[in-house]
Each structure stands twice: as structure tokens, then as C-alpha cells.
Design a protein around this ligand. Structure first.
Ligand code: ADE
Length: 266
């Protein structure tokens, strides 16, 4: 059964960067044996409001509806032996096909997938949506991955009990980028991660907390110095915590760098 978990978007959706002026809603279709896990946390807060407003839509497809026999069997023992069960290619193919054909990427949540990056999230959020298959058990029959062009995506080097929570993670990361969901607040942070830097430390009142003062430079009122301090802190944290991230060279054309220039620099 296909269960739409959102109201139809008002007036067919909302505008999202379409040159033609057409309206576009980010459409998520989740295939799972646990449809009740959706929208879950995404029904609350900003994502929930955006769902109700038609910024994005969500439907679930219960894989078990395509299962075999009276027990609606969706898995079977692995060819070649070994532990666990494998999700059946024929069952999954029928479930996927029931969603209809469109140009959305088809993701398979799996710990052996390519690690999710902010760059991939930005690409997904800029597109028409995604069909997301939540794996369970030992894995998914390789043939349906090939036959339906599934893109395997991992949310980290650890193993969850299934792909549902990973699917919620992917959707959350995309939805917060949709226009109007979070406003401008998101852009600086996204830019910083997309550029390969972790965020600089943040502070707010009180001025002194348990004997720890806000770094003086942040209350100096000198915007160029604040920007330079933030950049160097971001670089330091990135070096310390994520040496695998490639820290970019400072952009000489950036506003921050231009404002650091002295008039004598020309
Ligand atoms: N399913 C189980 N573990 C997972 C992971 N780390 N990422 C995506 N899907 C998963």
C-alpha cells in the first residue's frame, strides 16, 4: 500500500529554482517494512511545518505488500550459505516499480554504500526528490541493485539495524536546504562545510560563564578581525578533528579577505 504522509501541495507545490517558473515539490518515496517509522522526527519542527506546507511530500510504500505467500515473505536465505537473510530481488523490484517511473534518484540505504557528503545532499536537495529503499537483514539481493539502478548510500562507518533511520537522516539533511525551510541562517554553515571546513566556535551572552569569558576579539566590534579569527579557528578545528577534510586556500576575492586589505594594498 502506498501511504501519502503529507497533504497534496497547495497549487501543485511551490517554486524552487525553476527557470521555467514551474512549481516543484521535493518528493520523497520511502520503501520500508516499517512504514510507521515515517515521518517520525520529520513530522515535527521545521521539517514538519514544511511537510504540511507542501515544500516537500512524503509517501511510504510497505514492502511487505509485495511479499510472497500468506506470510508476505520479503527475505530468504543467502545463496552459498551463511548467516542472516537477504531481501528478495523480485519482491523489491515489484515494490520499486509500484512507485512509477520518474527521474528521481533511487537510493538504497546501506552501510556498504558511498558515504553521504554535504555535496551529495546539496545535489539531492536541488533535484526533484528521491526514492529511498531501506535495507534490512543481512542485505539486498545484488541483482535488484543493478536492475533498478540503486545508488547505495551510507551515513557512516557503523551498522544500524536497518536503513530507516539512515533514510530519515538523508531526508533531514535535504529538507533543511529547501528554500524557505530555514531561511538565510543555513547558508554560511553549509558553505563552510561544503568548502571542507568545520564550523568555528560560537558564543553568546552571558559575557562570563563559570569563569570563562567570550574571546575578546568577538566583542571588539572589528568585523575584519572577527572574520579572520573565525577562519583561523575553523582551520584549527578542521586540522585537529578532521585532517581528512581538504582545507581550501583562502579565497582572495572573498569579502572577508577584501575587508582585510589595507588601502595601501591597492
Ligand atoms: N543501514 C545499516 N547501517 C547503515 C548505515 N551506516 N548507513 C546507511 N544505511 C544503513
Amino acid at each position: 500500500m502506498v501511504t501519502p504522509l503529507s497533504n497534496p501541495p497547495p497549487q501543485g507545490g511551490r517554486e524552487r529554482g525553476c527557470a521555467s517558473g514551474e512549481t516543484m515539490t521535493f518528493r520523497a518515496t520511502v520503501l520500508t517494512i516499517f512504514p510507521d517509522m515515517f515521518p517520525g522526527a520529520l513530522g515535527m519542527s521545521l521539517a514538519g511545518k514544511a511537510l504540511a506546507a507542501g515544500v516537500w511530500s512524503l509517501e511510504t510504500i510497505d514492502i511487505r505488500d509485495f511479499g510472497i505467500g500468506i506470510h508476505r515473505q520479503v527475505d530468504d536465505t543467502p545463496a552459498g550459505g551463511g548467516p542472516g537473510m537477504v531481501m528478495k530481488a523480485d519482491v523489491l523490484a515489484r515494490a520499486i516499480d509500484s512507485a512509477g517511473a520518474d527521474d528521481r534518484p533511487r537510493l538504497l540505504m546501506s552501510p556498504r554504500g558511498r558515504p553521504l557528503t554535504q555535496q551529495r545532499v546539496i545535489e539531492l536537495a536541488g533535484g526533484p526528490g528521491a526514492l529511498i529503499l531501506c535495507g534490512r537483514f543481512e542485505g539486498v539481493d545484488e541483482r535488484v541493485i543493478e536492475a533498478r539502478g540503486l545508488e547505495e548510500v551510507s551515513i557512516g562507518d557503523y551498522v544500524l539495524s536497518g536503513g530507516e533511520i539512515a533514510a530519515l537522516v538523508v531526508l533531514d539533511a535535504c529538507i533543511r536546504l529547501l528554500p524557505g525551510v530555514m531561511g538565510k541562517a543555513v547558508s554560511a554553515q553549509e558553505e563552510s562545510f561544503a568548502q571542507g571546513l568545520l564550523e568555528y566556535p560560537h558564543y553568546t551572552r552571558p559575557q562570563v560563564f563559570e569563569g570563562r569569558a567570550i574571546p575578546e576579539i568577538l566583542t571588539s566590534g572589528d568585523h575584519a578581525k572577527v572574520a579572520a579569527w573565525r577562519r583561523s579557528e575553523a582551520e584549527r578545528l578542521t586540522r585537529e578533528r578532521r585532517p581528512d577534510l581538504k582545507t581550501p586556500e583562502p579565497d582572495p576575492a572573498s569579502r572577508e579577505n577584501r575587508s582585510r586589505k589595507r588601502p595601501s594594498d591597492g
